[in-house]
Write a protein that binds this ligand. Structure first.
Ligand code: PGA
Length: 244
């Protein structure tokens, strides 16, 4: 464990390239890596770079296992707006990751029981090798909304008004955004061997500094990355970090 490495890059394009180097290196050193690929706008350029590199034969994702980070509740499986659908279109398909190499979050039945079983299974499998994460404007990681402690398990959550507002653009209006979700717990994200946190845009400037320089605690779940077990790299563009 050590403090996160912070890489300040010029813009979202450079962020995509730099993050692709980090991810390619991590997968090169652990070919059968378990990878958490966040959805959201931020990692999309990264995933496009990875797909191009795979296509060019620069690295192989066949043995990679993808582990779903979060999902809305209350949507039909076939709904294009599921986060699984987004992960599928942006990461699984472009990187040719087979269905049997995808670990999905539980969405049916007794979810408390199913999330406990999910966590027991996770403990047996061992730490995630690589977590690719975005940063919520409220400091969430996945849908670990504030307050979320560092030991927070995989569970169902109520989305915060800030998260609903931030996602309204994908849905039409705020009223259309699902209010409940399932998220992989903080404990698994913080135990990952490698974490790459991606942050772009001025809207994230305040939370980026609070997460990386302010008090560590459940009110800003991402702040716990400063106490994470593995190697944490934050790639942040100038709009989100400022010039200092
Ligand atoms: P964004 O989402 O990449 O669309 O900004 C990040 C997040 O809310 O975790």
């Amino acid at each position: 464990m050590g403090l996160p490495r912070i890489m300040v890059v010029d813009d979202a394009d450079e962020l995509g390239r730099v993050a692709a180097d980090l991810v390619t290196d991590a997968i090169a050193s652990t070919p059968a890596a378990s990878v958490v690929p966040a959805t959201g706008r931020t990692p999309m350029k990264l995933y496009a770079h990875l797909a191009a590199r795979r296509e060019a034969g620069l690295f192989d994702t066949t043995p990679v296992t993808a582990v779903q980070l979060d999902e809305y509740l209350g949507l039909a499986n076939s709904d294009r707006r599921t986060l699984f659908g987004w992960m599928d279109r942006s990461f699984l398909q472009p990187l040719c990751i087979a269905d049997e190499r995808v670990i999905r979050l539980p969405l049916d039945g007794d979810l408390d029981e199913a999330c406990d079983a999910y966590d027991r299974d996770r403990e047996t499998r061992g730490p995630i090798d690589l977590a690719i994460l975005g940063l919520g404007e409220n400091g969430h990681l996945g849908f670990n909304e504030p307050p979320s402690g560092s030991e927070a398990p995989t569970r169902t959550v109520e989305l915060s008004p800030m998260t609903i507002a931030a996602n309204a653009g994908y849905w039409g209006t705020e009223a259309d955004v699902p209010t409940r979700a399932v998220t992989m717990g903080m404990r698994h994200l913080l135990a990952a061997r490698t974490v790459v946190l991606l942050v772009t845009g001025e809207r994230k400037r305040s939370i980026a500094h609070r997460a990386l320089e302010g008090p560590i605690g459940p009110e800003i779940p991402a702040s716990f990355l400063r106490e994470a077990t593995g190697e944490v790299t934050v790639v942040v563009d100038r709009a989100a970090w400022g010039d200092r």
